[in-house]
Design a protein around this ligand. Structure first.
Ligand SMILES: *[C@@H]1O[C@H](CO)[C@@H](O)[C@H](O)[C@H]1NC(C)=O
Ligand SMILES: *[C@@H]1O[C@H](CO)[C@@H](O)[C@H](O)[C@H]1NC(C)=O
Length: 227
């Protein structure tokens, strides 16, 4: 009996190791990530705030694990400066690419409370990503993006496996216009708690990847006052 329960524990923990590592931003740095090029804690008491698990989902259809953004702030440090109108090569730490899915990239100037989608990649985002290899996606910063500190968030619903929601949020600085506004749609947060829109596994749904939810996103305009 004792051996049996040990075996169960061993099997359960190896499953946990396999399923708890997926994909995150690598550049720009996700807030509080442990990646060594990212801002590090400045005080001893901050070491327990390091996120050693940036690549796990923030939730699934069954429940929300973390808010979006996952952390209220980054550790102090340099933020990358992105120029309005130019493309940025964002990179991803890939453990399990789950046969790709739908990505949305959003920009927020109020710490994630209001987010506007600046780029989509429906259905095939990360489909050709490989376990253990960095992945790169070019993201265009809107030409009319206002200057200032901003939060760039990557959102991803996977095609295969548990019905999950991934999110990485990075503090960046936008160099653009002095105040202004960006119009677009507010992101869809599917497979993020039992009340959210449900996207089934692509194969199970016969190729239905949840298009209707992305088509029905609400229009939003975010406005940043001039300095
Ligand atoms: C992004 O990566 C591509 C491919 O490596 C490269 O050609 C391009 O110059 C990069 N763009 C930026 C803005 O760094
Ligand atoms: C949302 O914005 C799009 C593009 O500007 C527009 O065509 C559409 O009518 C708007 N939808 C609503 C519900 O206002």
């Amino acid at each position: 009996m004792k051996n049996f329960s040990l075996l169960v524990v061993a099997v359960a923990s190896s499953i946990a190791l396999v399923t708890e590592a997926h994909v995150s931003f690598r550049f720009p740095c996700p807030r509080r990530a442990s990646y060594n090029e990212c801002p590090q804690p400045k005080s001893d008491s901050d070491w327990n705030l390091v996120d050693y698990d940036s690549i796990s989902p923030v939730g699934s259809f069954n429940g929300i694990n973390d808010p979006i953004p996952k952390h209220p702030a980054s550790f102090p440090g340099n933020r990358p400066v992105f120029t309005a109108g130019l493309n940025v090569n964002t990179t991803y730490e890939v453990d399990a690419p789950h046969n790709g899915g739908t990505c949305q990239w959003t920009l927020s100037y109020d710490n994630g409370k209001t987010q506007v989608v600046i780029q989509d990649w429906f259905r095939n985002c990360l489909r050709d990503a490989k376990h253990g290899r960095r992945y790169t996606v070019s993201v265009k910063i809107p030409a009319n993006a206002p200057s200032g500190p901003a939060l760039l968030t990557w959102l991803w619903n996977n095609n295969e496996g548990s019905r999950e929601m991934y999110a990485s949020s990075a503090d960046v600085v936008i160099q653009g216009s002095n105040g202004g506004s960006i119009s677009g749609v507010a992101p869809a947060f599917c497979n993020y708690g039992p009340g959210s829109c449900f996207i089934a596994e692509e194969v199970v749904a016969g190729g239905n990847w949840g298009e209707v939810y992305f088509k029905n996103r609400k229009n939003i305009t975010i406005t940043v006052p001039p300095k």
